[in-house]
Design a protein. Structure first.
Length: 149
């Protein structure tokens, strides 16, 4: 693997973590929303990632893959899925959004879990930035080796 290819792998990881941060921000922004029906209530979303390791080993590229012909393994975003946890149903007959029976519906967003996801995604993004920076420094030092001769 060439040092130049590290940028592709780190870049795909940064893109995946950026998506993860965006989805987490959306979940946190909607955590306190209220609805008058279960169908209209926001549901927590989570990105699904897959490494392209099997395709790299088999030599066949996957769809939306960041893997190249030389076997580099990137991250593939398979999609964004809604959380299957039940919604929070609360009896609040005086609430303006209450349905005919006096219930309001709140999202199934766990704020603590989302904060942990946010910290994890942020750290992963930061790590991949450091990988790209270290690779840049190695390439720069390699280019300067001939100057001292």
């Amino acid at each position: 693997m060439s040092l130049y290819n590290v940028f592709d792998v780190a870049g795909s990881a940064m893109s995946a973590q950026n998506l993860r941060l965006n989805v987490t921000a959306s979940n946190l922004a909607n955590a306190n929303s209220v609805s008058s029906s279960a169908n209209e209530t926001y549901r927590a979303r989570h990105p699904v990632f897959a490494a392209q390791l099997q395709e790299a080993m088999d030599g066949r590229p996957g769809r939306q893959s960041m893997m190249r012909q030389d076997g580099n393994v990137g991250v593939q975003v398979l999609g964004i899925v809604e959380d299957e946890k039940p919604l929070i149903v609360e009896y609040a007959p005086n609430h303006p959004m209450a349905d005919e029976e006096g219930y309001i519906y709140k999202p199934n967003v766990n704020v603590m879990e989302e904060m942990a996801n946010m910290m994890s995604a942020s750290r992963s993004y930061q790590t991949n930035v450091q990988i790209a920076d270290a690779t840049k420094q190695l390439l720069s030092r390699t280019l300067r080796m001939g100057q001292n001769a």
